[in-house]
Design a protein around this ligand. Structure first.
Ligand code: NAP
Length: 260
């Protein structure tokens, strides 16, 4: 019964880090019920049937998984998925705001900024706000994990020794800086309730974030498997990173923190 389990809702979970996190959480424990968020039910079901059809070196899927539709750039979709979760499960124990984009097609700066912020910032802010009553109904201590990026770190942006300093990505960096501030505000706002909240840096991973060509570029550039980020996210959810989560900074996949 999902009602006894830890309900984990992951947005953008039909691909990349989100999907790997679904797999890693399900392998970690039968006590998880994972809500695999996808922009369309079809995409979500396709991803779910794919992970169910292969054998996983790290062990079988144990935690149960359901697909839910959520487009974080669409307010109606955010409200609809919240109603669905409320009527089906009554609460959320863990929210992983993972959905994110990098706009790679050529477009003017304002278009790029608006699209990037709609998905990376406005969506997770609204979703967290709308889900707050369901997080309050958690029978455990809720976690809110905002999948951010060290690319949003202001300290690293101006660090002459930072290895990715030559990567421009101004609009994406700005959006993740906003995600970091959102996480800081949520840490402050929910401190009295004892909720565990962090911004999380998944590192440079092989995913679909920059399209098919970008995926190849990532492989050539030695990016890490998305599973590394997923394993670290599981540790956060399991409380193994609570020491870092309690501190001020971006929780890093390799342990410790990156600066805001
Ligand atoms: N990969 C890296 O190196 C890296 C580094 C730092 C941070 N991150 C962050 O990690 C997170 C996951 O990205 P990823 O690397 O795993 O990329 P990915 O493979 O492209 O996965 C992104 C997921 O977000 C979904 N998504 C995009 N827009 C959405 C929307 N409006 N509503 C709901 N879902 C939406 C995508 O759905 P569709 O399949 O429908 O497009 C996909 O499922 C992002 O927040 C990203 O910024 C990644």
């Amino acid at each position: 019964m999902a009602s006894d389990k830890t309900i984990v809702f992951i947005t953008g979970a039909n691909s990349g880090i989100g999907l790997e996190t679904v797999v890693a959480l399900s392998q970690a424990s039968a006590d998880f019920h994972i809500l695999l968020g996808a922009r369309s039910i079809e995409k979500g079901e396709k991803a779910l049937s794919e992970i169910r059809s292969i054998s996983h070196p790290a062990g079988p899927l144990k935690g149960t998984i359901s697909v839910v539709q959520v487009d974080v750039s669409d307010e109606k979709s955010i409200r609809a998925v919240t109603e669905h979760i409320e009527s089906t499960y009554g609460r959320v124990d863990v929210l992983i705001n993972n959905a994110g984009i990098i706009v790679t097609r050529p477009c003017d700066t304002l278009t790029n900024l608006r699209e990037t912020f709609e998905t990376n910032v406005f969506g997770p802010m609204l979703l967290t706000e709308v889900l707050e009553p369901l997080l309050k109904k958690s029978t455990k201590t809720p976690y809110i994990i905002h999948v951010s990026s060290e690319q949003g770190s202001m300290a690293l942006r101006l660090d002459p020794d930072y290895k990715f300093k030559h990567v421009r990505g101004d609009t994406y960096r700005m959006s993740k800086a906003a995600v970091n501030m959102m996480a800081a505000c949520h840490k402050y706002n929910y401190a009295e309730l004892g909720w565990k909240i962090c911004a999380f840096n998944p590192g440079f991973c092989v995913t679909n974030l920059t399209g098919a060509k970008g995926r190849e570029m990532r492989i050539q550039a030695g990016a890490r498997p998305a599973r590394d980020a997923a394993d670290a996210l599981v540790e956060v959810v399991q409380g193994k990173r609570d020491g870092d989560v309690a501190k001020s900074g971006i929780v890093d996949l390799d342990g410790g923190l990156q600066p805001w």
